[in-house]
Design a protein around this ligand. Structure first.
Ligand code: TXE
Length: 480
């Protein structure tokens, strides 16, 4: 395995953390230490990153012609695309998900830079004709300044690009803190950043919650985009409120429903449910972890899903995540593994185990794909995000019941609806409280459309034109 970067990337250079603190990363596939020398940013380091980003905003990137900004972003996108396999492997090594998934994440990250590069020179304002007051009005769209992003560990590339690409397209500069569980891929972007952007345009600071708090509380950071748990999202909002009231966008957890009607194509519903549940070992925020199936087809559906999980389990698709053919790797780290194991016990106590519910083998943090049925709505396994290859299946009688069950959650990130009746599909999509809905499929975000949640899944949107608006502020100028 090639070597990897461990320092902070500030002002286009790799530098030691002044804090003198380090993080450790273990490979969840076999428990070996990847590194205990990942530099962790303290206050002076975060200040240095903000200072570099501030200078780039005031002198280089922030003043650059938008067409040139677009060219730099397109070059960056191409470099990421070229290196996506290598970058994906670094993610896999730290957090264990299948390399095909993580390389795909970098390809989508590259696509996000391509998409937002196309918008960089199309950010236009408006003007209003003179009125009786004789005032001519200009509505100007401006960048905000230094923006920051804090990422979770599940698909770092997309979480980074969702924030950095629109921020840069609008002329802002950026600081990213990857998760302490998966810093290697983000750090490997350093040389690519240096090749494309003026110093200070994108800075990468590693660290855990303390570093995240420093960013969210910083007086000179004007916007922060966060992906992670709801508990941490609340804190980010609090830090912003207690510091400089910086703008905040939050993409938090989910407990997304999948509603399967008796008129659905059953084989398709089973196959797409399986793929959505097992992708990234179930560690995807939009994953539909609460399945609701119409009573008349419930037994049949559960049997088929069980068979399809067991087929995956026996097929060799679960295993060494660095193998390109592996579909399911281990869970990200010991904390995530313990969390999933705890939920297995909750499911067994409150419901009925259909398949899985145990660790897989005794090397690494692997678990078997798991289904529970007859879990009551009040059970923690139905209410809380597990973030593993685990689903609960409940039944419903009518469309009305299905909608009620689907909305019986504090979250609202995503939903799936399986039916061959387009009127029903659209009716149910309208009633479901979620930021995204997939019909006859599992939901995976695309660069050109907004992604984000309602209720306690957060606010703000990433991707698409709406994603750009998070990084733009409006100024009205009147001329008399
Ligand atoms: O998340 P955290 P964790 C859910 C999922 C998972 C659980 C815990 O259910 O099991 O959250 O995961 C940074 N101030 N999701 O512990 O703690 C932290 O360093 C500022 C769903 O990894 O929220 C990391 O960079 N930052 C989710 C990021 O926040 C802080 C994806 C996320 O960490 C901080 C991940 C603080 N006080 C987990 N404390 C999704 N939406 O996809 C931590 N951080």
């Amino acid at each position: 395995m090639a070597t990897f970067e461990t320092q902070l990337f500030i002002n286009n250079e790799f530098v030691d953390a002044k804090s003198g603190e380090f993080l450790s990363v273990y490979n969840p596939a076999d428990g070996t230490l990847v590194s205990d020398k990942i530099h962790s940013a303290g206050e002076a380091d975060v200040d240095a990153a903000v200072d570099a980003a501030q200078k780039a905003f005031k002198s280089s990137w922030g003043r650059m012609d938008p067409t040139d900004r677009a060219k730099a972003m397109l070059k960056f996108a191409d470099l990421i695309r070229e290196k996506s396999d290598e970058l994906g492997l670094l993610e896999t090594r730290a957090m264990g998900s299948a390399v095909a998934m993580q390389s795909g994440g970098y390809k989508q990250g590259a696509d996000l830079f391509t998409y937002y590069a196309g918008l960089a020179d199309k950010i236009l304002g408006e003007a209003a004709y003179p009125t009786s007051t004789g005032r001519y009005k200009i509505i100007q769209k401006e960048p905000i300044g230094v923006c920051a992003g804090i990422g979770a560990w599940n698909v770092s590339a997309i979480l980074f690009a969702w924030k950095a690409a629109p921020a840069l397209a609008a002329g802002n500069t950026f600081i990213f803190k990857p998760s302490e569980k998966a810093p290697l891929g983000s750090l490997a972007l350093g040389p690519l950043i240096k090749e494309c952007f003026p110093p200070g345009t994108i800075n990468i600071v590693n660290g855990g919650g303390k570093t995240g708090q420093l960013l969210a509380s910083h007086m000179e950071i004007r916007q922060i985009g966060f992906t992670g748990s709801t508990a941490t999202g609340r804190k980010i909002q609090e830090y912003a409120a207690k510091s400089n009231l910086k703008r905040v966008s939050l993409e938090l957890g989910g407990k997304s429903p999948s509603v399967i009607f008796e008129d659905a194509d059953l084989e398709l519903a089973v196959a797409r449910s399986r793929d959505g549940i097992l992708a990234n070992t179930g560690q995807i925020c939009a994953m539909a972890s609460r399945v609701f199936v119409q009573e008349s087809i419930a037994d049949n559906f559960i049997d088929l899903l069980k068979t399809s999980f067991e087929t995956v389990s026996k097929s060799g698709a679960i295993g060494d995540p660095t193998d390109k053919n592996t579909q399911v790797g281990p869970l990200a780290d010991k904390a995530q593994f313990d969390r999933v194991m705890e939920f297995f016990e909750v499911g067994k106590k409150d419901g009925e185990l259909v398949t899985g519910g145990v660790q897989r083998g005794n090397v690494g943090l692997f678990v078997e794909p798991t289904i529970f049925k007859n879990t009551p709505g009040h059970s923690r396994i139905v209410r809380e995000e597990v973030f593993g290859p685990v689903v609960t299946v409940q039944t419903f009688k009518t469309e009305e019941d299905a909608i009620k069950l689907a909305n019986d959650t504090v979250f609202g990130l995503s939903a799936c609806v399986y039916t061959n009746n387009i009127n029903r599909a659209l009716r149910v999509s309208r009633e479901i409280e979620a930021g995204t809905v997939a019909i006859n499929d599992w939901y995976f975000p695309a660069p050109d459309t907004p992604f984000g949640g309602v209720k306690q899944s957060g606010y703000g949107r990433e991707g698409g034109l709406e994603g750009l608006n998070e990084y733009i502020q409006t100024k009205t100028i009147q001329i008399r």
